[in-house]
Each structure stands twice: as structure tokens, then as C-alpha cells.
Design a protein around this ligand. Structure first.
Ligand code: 1AE
Length: 410
């Protein structure tokens, strides 16, 4: 290869008969210079720096493979000079038309150092979020607003207050809460932040409220600033609906000086198929972090919407991988989480994790504040190395949560 910077992409290509070497060459040439062998020598010399290269082909074609089982993992290097330093250009280069061309899934992208220089990444990252809260020695706890559509500010305030009184560190809007006359953005922020202050007098805890940043793309920055001026200290962002570039713009903006939590809404349209789409560790891990999310939500291996554990841990690994020259982002395994899952979450993800629950907080038989306390007790139990059942004997909220949801052992 020349002195150019290259970005590599790895694909899993399923085909019962194809010559994988030929396919790989077709991708490397087809997605860069278009054709190669028929070019005159002088043109070849000029085009060399734009030509993609096949880096490796690892074929998986076991003896007697059933139809549909034969595949190869193919890595192609793309010259950086072919695309501008933004995520749409990168994604269209490596997986534009190709994403529709047969059974092919994008497994990973290894951007060049030069490309990554354009991305500051998360402004806060794990350490920054911890510093903002003053919590350094345990997993964080996030609760999710539920029942938000059709409710007014007074109702939202009460819901917020109850969650906050339960001792949660973070509260996020439901991702389906958009601009609406009952709870307009600025009033919602003012109301919730005021409730956070009230709760702090009881709990002594700081709290970040991730308000849902919505509206047309052209209004996102203005809406983010409106929210921040109204007191917002966090933003929730439906990154896949808007695109990674929208997140990258927000995260790189010095005026948007609050942590951003990326919600995975629509991710199921991208990652679950083995044959198509973009692998979860790349989608919800690496790209989300490069684009600048401080927290990334994704389904867990245990809850109501599940992702296989190996894939899940690979998402986490991408969020904290020290090889990327930017801050780490918090992994937030979510959906159907209840206190009885906390030991598994901490076992699998360690301390630098956000335990995140909606129904598992609001569905506590004694209400949302008790729901939050049950989670905090579960986290304390795990930190103390005590099993949940033993700890619950002395902690009523946890005991009731366990009666409601049980404790999952594996
Ligand atoms: C994977 C996203 C989870 C989410 O946003 C959400 O609202 C979860 O709610 P629960 O905890 O399943 O009630």
C-alpha cells in the first residue's frame, strides 16, 4: 500500500457458490475506482491512490455445509482520500449500495487515525458523567419516564419527583416524547430541574435529566440550546432516526455543554439479521461513541428485548476500547431491567455501567420512589458482595421487588 491513510471495513458475505476472492476484488474496485483491469497504464498510475485493496478473506466453508451456511469475512481497505471526514461519507463509501447487494453484513470499520482526528468524541464520557454527579464508586442508576404522552406538566413533575426521591442518578425522558402543547420543551425542563432540586434536598444527590432533543434536524441545535438555557443538564437523542452526523455535530458543538445519551430506537432495523445490516458493536458501540455519545443505550442479554450476550459485551467493549483516541462512553444495557438482574449486570459489565429501568422502577408495588430505592439497595448489595435475598431481609423495597420480579441467577 502507498503512504495514503486507509480505513478498513470488514464484512460477512454469505454465498453458497461465489468465488470469495473475486467478490472481494469486486468490492475493493467497485466501491472505489469502478474498474481497474481495463484501464490504460497511465490512468492506472493516477488512480492507484484511489484504489481499494483486499486486506484479507477468511472463508468459512465447512465440509458438507448446508445451503446458506457458507460465508467469508472479507476486509477491504479504502483510501481516505476518497471520502470527506464525516460519518455519512464513510458509511456510504463502505456500505452504500453494497448494503443492498446480496447477503452481506457490515461487521466492523477501523477508521484511520487521520479520519478519527475529525471527531472529538464524547465531551464527558464515563469520567465526566461521574464527576458531574460526584459518584465514582458504584454503577449508576437511571430511570425512564413512563406514561408521558397526554400528561401535563404537573403530572410529569410528580413522576420526576418520585423517581428522583428513589435515589436515581439519571432520569431520561421517554424517547417517544416529542414537542407537544402539554409539556413543551422549555417548560418541561424548568419543571423537572426544579423537581430535581427539591428531591436533592431529601436525597443529597445530584441528578442529570436527559431531556429528549427532538424536532426537524435544522432545529436541533436551537432546541438543544433552548433546553440548556432552561436548565437542562443532559440530552437524550434518537441517533439512528437522525443519523450519526447529527449527533456528531451536536457533540462537537462547544455550546452544547451537557452529556448526550444516545437512544437505540430503530436499531432493530439494522443489526439483528446475521445476513444484513450493521453489527451491533459497530452501530451501538463504535460509531455511537465516535459520533460523541456519552452514554449508549442498547438491549441487554437478560431483559424484555434481548441481544445475545457475546454481542452485548462486544458493544460494551467498543464503547470503552482504549484503542480509540477519545473518551469512553457509558454502556447502558436496557429494556425490561428489574432489581433482580443487577448482580448479572454488574458481573458482566463491571462498575462502569448504567443500570437503566422504566417499568422496573415505576412498576414497584410501592411506587416509583420505592422502585428506585430497591435498585439502589440491589446495587449496594452487589457492591458489598452480599446476595440479594440476604440483603433483602433487611431492606423492604428490595424484598418487595424480588417478590414481584424474582432474582435471575444466570
Ligand atoms: C433499549 C431502550 C430501552 C428503553 O428506552 C425503555 O424505555 C425501556 O423501558 P423498560 O425499562 O423496558 O420499561
Amino acid at each position: 500500500m502507498s503512504n495514503n491513510a486507509y480505513t478498513t471495513a470488514t464484512y460477512r458475505l454469505f454465498d453458497d457458490k461465489a468465488d470469495f476472492a473475486k467478490k472481494a476484488e469486486g468490492i475493493a474496485v467497485g466501491l472505489t475506482v469502478g474498474s481497474w483491469t481495463d484501464l490504460p497504464e497511465v490512468t492506472k498510475r493516477n488512480m492507484e491512490k484511489h484504489l481499494g485493496k483486499v486486506v484479507s478473506i477468511k472463508a468459512h466453508e465447512p465440509e458438507g455445509a448446508a445451503p446458506g451456511e457458507r460465508y467469508a469475512d472479507i476486509t477491504i481497505a479504502y483510501p481516505d482520500i476518497n471520502f470527506s471526514r464525516d460519518l455519512p461519507a464513510l458509511l456510504v463509501t463502505v456500505f452504500g449500495k453494497l448494503s443492498m447487494d446480496g447477503r452481506i453484513k457490515l461487521l466492523d470499520i477501523a477508521p484511520s487515525d487521520k479520519f478519527l482526528e475529525a471527531f472529538p468524541g464524547p465531551k464527558f464520557g464515563i469520567e465526566g458523567v461521574r464527576a458531574a454527579l460526584g459518584v465514582h464508586d458504584r454503577p449508576l442508576l437511571m430511570s425512564i419516564f413512563k406514561s408521558v404522552i397526554g400528561y401535563d406538566l404537573a403530572n410529569l413533575r410528580e413522576q420526576f419527583l418520585q423517581q428522583a426521591l428513589g435515589g436515581v442518578d439519571l432520569i431520561k425522558d421517554d424517547e417517544i416524547l416529542f414537542e407537544n402543547p402539554l409539556t413543551p420543551l422549555e417548560r418541561r425542563v424548568e419543571t423537572c430541574i426544579e423537581a430535581a432540586r427539591e428531591a436533592e434536598q431529601t436525597t443529597g444527590q445530584k441528578l442529570i435529566y436527559f431531556t429528549n432533543l427532538t424536532g426537524p434536524t435544522s432545529q436541533l441545535r436551537a432546541n438543544a440550546l433552548k433546553a440548556i438555557n432552561a436548565g437542562a443538564n443532559g440530552l437524550l437523542f434518537n441517533v439512528l432516526a437522525y443519523g450519526f452526523d447529527a449527533l456528531a455535530e451536536l457533540a462537537a458543538d462547544p455550546a452544547i455543554n451537557v452529556p448526550i445519551a444516545a437512544h437505540p430506537a430503530m436499531a432493530g432495523a439494522f443489526y439483528p439479521s446475521p445476513h444484513h445490516g450493521i453489527a451491533a458493536p459497530l452501530l451501538l458501540g463504535k460509531l455511537t461513541r465516535i459520533a460523541g455519545a456519552d452514554l449508549s443505550l442498547f438491549p441487554s442479554p437478560y431483559g424484555s428485548v434481548v441481544m445475545p450476550k457475546e454481542e452485548n459485551l462486544a458493544v460494551q467493549a467498543a464503547l470503552v476500547d482504549p484503542a480509540l483516541p477519545m473518551k469512553s462512553a457509558f454502556p447502558v444495557p436496557s429494556a425490561g431491567i428489574h432489581p433482580g438482574l443487577v448482580p448479572l449486570i454488574v458481573r458482566d459489565f463491571g462498575q462502569d455501567v448504567v443500570v437503566n429501568a422504566g417499568g422496573g422502577v415505576h412498576g414497584h408495588p410501592q411506587g416509583a420512589a420505592a422502585g428506585g430505592r430497591a435498585f439502589r439497595q440491589a446495587i449496594d448489595a452487589v457492591s458489598a458482595g452480599v446476595d440479594l435475598e440476604t440483603y433483602a431481609a433487611e431492606h423492604e423495597e428490595l424484598k418487595i421487588a424480588i417478590e414481584r420480579w424474582g432474582v435471575r441467577k444466570a
